[in-house]
Design a binder for this molecule. Sequence first.
Ligand code: PMV
Length: 366
Amino acid sequence: MKKNCFFYNYKNKKYSITPNGVITSKSHSNIALIKYWGKHNNKIQIPLNSSISYSLGKVYTVTRLIYQEKKKSNLSIRVFFSGKEKTSFIPKILEFFHRISFYCSYIRDFNFIIETYNTFPHSSGIASSASSMSALALCIMKIEKKLVYSLKEDFFLKKASFLARLGSGSACRSIYPGLVVWGCHKAIKGSNNLYAIPYPYEVHSIFTKIEDTILIVDDEPKKILSSKGHKLMNNHPYAKDRFKCANQNMNRLISILKIGDFQEFGELIEHEALTLHAMIMTSRPYFLWMKPNTLNVIHTVWDFRKQSNKNIYFTLDAGANIHLLYPIQEKTSILKWIYSDLFSYCKKIIESFCLYNYLCLLFWWT
Ligand code: PMV
């Protein structure tokens, strides 16, 4: 671990927090347009390419963190998910606490009870680590805010993103609404590997009101965890080209977002999604995330787009499920079509949207 501006040492400071308390935070899931896939071979989650995502409305995690001053030296954590105790979540959270304790030494003084729930069904195929780790990071930062009254909002959010990254890479982007960038990219001012930043450039209005309808074709928990997939990029034969391509796609996306070309945008995100899947299909060992219904949906979307000229494009996460992105203006007709022509391929449909309202930061911060 390296000391940086996020290092916190309260040794000489007087304790200014009640010994017991409860903190609540909420954080949204996100969907990457340019995917993060591959990280440096270490435990500190440094990405091998920059990524950009939309934070998503309606799909979020709410976490209540109960902290109690520790009487004995060993740390105790209990985790409750949707009201039920989940001992299986403890190792990942302990590992997270261990990683962040260097930057938040105060957490060593407490035992924790974590009560958490998602607004989306468990095992629905939506990556919950992004929203859950970022919600937890926000809770930790609220403890820090109690200790440091002068803590500024900007620092609070940056450090929350920094901590969330240590839990799950993509979680660092969930701290902000709108378009969020993580990972150093020459063309994006302020972008860096340690924490995410809100996309800093002009965005055409068409990209500020986007629907995201999530088609759950497979609701089983993932068989190949993303941590395993990231590792496979370390000696992947096409890794170098993939990182180069992601870098170029980011350059292209910057101008697309400015001029508002939805068709170019759609082609770029579909290419990104298929490239991510191509990487996992050509790794060693190789895997296949797509299910027959993933392909059925993709082909049906392509046919529909050709016939109707509608702006509807897909992206995929590390799994079989599909996100359909389209402008809000097309919502009524496209949703109608989704329910009539795609419903039979899905276990569930979740109507979400790209959260693009910076006012909501006020709620996240308090
Ligand atoms: O944050 P992780 O380690 O779960 O990896 C996420 C990887 C993708 O979801 C496939 C891409 C991304 O950038 O979110």
